[in-house]
Design a protein around this ligand. Structure first.
Ligand code: NDP
Length: 259
């Protein structure tokens, strides 16, 4: 018996990194999974194939989370394919290493569009479809420890992830007040080894060792996280084990924000 038996999940930006691992764990626990990807179509197809090979059920669709019309298309396609939606993980993200003086209106707008507007649209339209099915539903918004303990280098990223924190709480209060069976929670990962950090290190002209070396000093647990660490937190919030949890902050950061 899987912890997500009978549930349908959609995970954004899930062709790689934390989203990919979340999809694999969800599928192993019995969920039918709609993987969404921005541009990485081949990688998404590979994840689908591997999940199916392991006996799971998955499909993928392209979704640019900044675009309202694409949200409608993706959610409707999910319902056509799997019959309903119970779980949405708003995971898609980008990280641009610029401080407040280096940030431009373009770099600011891009990060806000993907990670604040994208999470707003996903949360808004998932509620529209989830409230119709009358089942226990869960929206999981991926923020970052940067929403709690900022670093100067990630200026617009910190702003976007901070927006995720409070929009999640406001949506949770709304759903509770309406007595929808929809929980809305935030997960705050610490540094996790994924393609995002590989790209960030490259963009900053640092070796991975240099990049993570500095970050490591801020993780009291003594190591950089793995995608599974986040996937299992997402699994708990997605499952009916967390029915009394809404509007909550779950830090999965090796103690980063405890200091
Ligand atoms: P990755 O870069 O590995 O994956 C992010 C995914 O987001 C990519 O697959 C990309 O898809 C997708 N994406 C980017 N822009 C868009 C868009 N406009 N529309 C749809 N999809 C898009 O990142 P991680 O797995 O590391 O990060 C996942 C989430 O976790 C992000 O929100 C990130 O901010 C957050 N996080 C990560 C941490 C870490 O250390 N890794 C720490 C704290 C938070 P495609 O290539 O198909 O465009």
């Amino acid at each position: 018996m899987g912890r997500l038996d009978g549930k349908v999940a959609m995970v954004t930006g899930a062709a790689m990194g934390l989203g990919e691992e979340t999809c694999r764990v969800f599928a192993k626990e019995g969920a039918k999974v709609m993987i969404t990807t921005g541009k990485s179509v081949q990688a998404a197809q590979m994840v689908v194939d591997e999940i199916r090979k392991d006996g799971g059920d998955a499909a993928f669709i392209q979704l640019d989370v900044r675009k309202e019309e694409e949200w409608h298309r993706a959610l409707e396609q999910t319902i056509r394919t799997f019959g309903k939606i119970n779980i949405l993980v708003n995971n898609a993200g980008i990280a641009i290493g610029k401080n407040v003086e280096e940030a431009t209106l373009d770099s600011w707008s891009l990060e806000m569009d993907v990670m604040a507007t994208g999470v707003f649209l996903g949360t808004k339209y998932a509620i529209k479809y989830m409230k119709e099915n009358g089942e226990n539903c869960s929206i999981i918004n991926i923020s970052s420890m940067e929403a709690i303990a900022a670093e100067s280098i990630w200026f617009s990223y910190c702003a976007a992830k901070g927006a995720v924190r409070t929009l999640t709480k406001s949506a949770a209060l709304h759903c509770g007040g309406k007595r929808y069976k929809i929980r809305v929670n935030t997960v705050y990962p610490g540094y996790i080894h994924t393609p995002m950090n590989e790209k960030a290190a490259k963009d900053l002209g640092l070796s991975l060792e240099e990049y993570y070396g500095d970050a490591l000093t801020r993780h009291p647990i003594g190591y950089i996280g793995k995608p599974k660490d986040i996937a299992y937190a997402n699994l708990f919030l997605a499952s009916d084990e967390s029915l009394f949890i809404t509007g909550a902050d779950l830090c999965v950061d090796g103690g980063y924000t405890a200091q």
